[in-house]
Design a protein around this ligand. Structure first.
Ligand SMILES: [Fe+2]
Length: 470
């Protein structure tokens, strides 16, 4: 019987198998990456679907690599040397089960599946998405590492050729030999394996901890037209609640308690209360009914309410609990003799033909223009900030959400713009933006959709303080 392998042997096996596999599939992987890159560049001309296609290509390349690598490791570690074909069948069945169980309905828009609260479903779903996010990020690291290594080798080869041609310089040959030495290759392979393991650990952290590690963001907003009576007015914004198997009522209740503890003057909800399940609307409204603020709780609807066709029903449910959803409406907030004009409009999304959505968007825009009050501070609640780029609307501040701080995956702390949302061409991601005197605050939301992971995009409750000035 084969003895159990120690940690060092495991690492060595991983290194050897992974690197060998990577080299063996190098050309196919590079071809897929080039296709992905080309598609992505075309997508920057605003073809959203093409950028999704680029991501799909990258996903396929990463899965080919990691499944092959897992097979290599299994072949080396399992006693009795099972045939590779059998290992491939077992791995294929397991992978297919995880994939189909977690992603069973293929369709347009956000319609993926209704909520499934069974513990085994949550576990399988979590494993799948941990693998999905971890393997994609790790593949990104490995390919970047491989490309850098190849570039270094190529540069030194050119240097060596040039030196030898001109001076018959033997030190250049020595340098090239050192680059290809077994000890250096071993070091590089070990580094590549450790680097590629990091995203899997990070994805686990995002799944188990960061996903519900709520941050209270305090943001002051300067408004030139703010009347004196509203100086220091506090608004707490909650967005993208997405009640579901991974965003439970208990977690939302905790967010409600934190919000009430901040003692805001007014609470603003900026849409996406449910995930995919229309049946969940009663529960999420019941929990949000616990919100308290002296000037009231107001909200707008998100694209998920449109997707699952609960716009009217959830508005009535909120109204029954004293929360007013503004649907192409305004609610002037009065303090002494001064007014803050609060406006809410529906999201421009939903499942409908493009021309229908466009016509609805135009109608909404006309309605919005009629709701703006001149010579008054106008604050707009709009789930996706589709009107922020329009000039001369008279909106001082827009509160929005939708993109979950960059698609829930962000390395903005490394470099601003390095997040999933920006890569997909979304212009406004997180925090405060200013354009032509108008301001926009993008809230990261508290819930999740798609993968149940947040990495570099903590859930957020925003305490906005309105102050006078420019
Ligand atoms: Fe959302």
């Amino acid at each position: 019987m084969k003895p159990m392998l120690g940690f060092v042997e495991w690492i060595k096996a991983l290194e050897f198998a992974g690197y060998r596999r990577f080299v063996a599939h190098w050309r196919a992987i590079i071809l897929l990456l080039i296709l992905a890159l080309a598609t992505f560049l075309i997508a920057h001309a605003d073809f959203f679907g093409l950028s999704l296609f680029a991501l799909l290509l990258f996903f396929i390349a990463s899965q080919l690599f990691w499944i092959g690598r897992t097979l290599d490791v299994a072949e080396r570690l399992i006693s009795g040397k099972p045939r590779r074909a059998w290992l491939a069948i077992v791995a294929g069945l397991l992978y297919s089960f995880l994939f189909l169980y977690s992603y069973p309905e293929w369709g347009l828009g956000h319609v993926i599946r209704a909520a499934d609260y069974r513990p085994q479903s949550i576990l399988i779903y979590a494993i799948f998405w941990w693998w999905f996010v971890g393997s994609m990020l790790a593949f990104l690291f490995v390919t970047a590492f491989g490309a850098a290594d190849r570039a270094a080798c190529g540069a030194l080869w050119l240097y060596r050729k040039a030196r030898m041609a001109r001076h018959q310089d033997s030190t250049a040959a020595d340098a090239h030999a050192a680059l290809l030495s077994p000890s250096r290759r071993c070091f590089l392979e070990r580094t590549a394996v450790l680097a590629s393991a990091t995203p899997f650990v990070a994805a686990g952290y995002g799944l188990l901890y960061e996903r519900q590690n709520v941050e209270i963001v305090r943001q002051s907003v300067r408004l030139a037209r703010l009347p004196k009576a509203l100086e220091g007015f506090h608004i707490v914004q909650l967005s993208d609640i997405h009640i579901g198997p991974f965003t439970t009522a208990d977690y939302i209740r905790r967010c409600v308690a934190i919000t009430n503890g901040l003692q805001p003057d007014l609470i603003a909800l900026t849409g996406d209360y449910v995930c995919w399940d229309p049946e969940a609307q009663d529960e999420v409204v019941g929990v949000l009914a616990g919100l308290r603020a002296p000037h009231g709780v107001f909200g707008c609807l998100g694209n998920h309410e449109a997707d699952v066709e609960i716009e009217a029903s959830i508005t009535h449910l909120f109204a029954a609990h004293g929360i007013r959803i503004l649907r192409q409406e305004r609610a002037p907030i009065r303090l002494q003799d001064d007014v803050l004009n609060l406006i809410g409009i529906d999201d421009g999304g939903g499942v409908a033909p493009a021309d229908v959505l466009q016509a609805a968007g135009q109608r909404r825009l006309q309605q919005l223009k009629a709701l703006v009050m001149p010579n008054t501070v106008n604050i707009l609640l709009e789930h996706y900030p589709g009107t922020f780029d329009l000039d001369d609307l008279g909106i001082d501040l827009t509160l929005a959400g939708d993109i979950h701080g960059g698609g829930q995956l962000s390395l903005d702390f490394v470099h601003r713009g390095l997040n999933l949302g920006s890569l997909m061409g979304v212009p406004y991601i997180r925090g405060l933006y200013e354009k032509g005197g108008a301001q926009l605050y993008m809230n990261r939301g508290i819930g999740i959709t798609g993968f149940p992971i947040r990495l570099g995009a903590r859930p957020e409750l925003t305490l906005l303080e309105l102050v006078r000035g420019v």
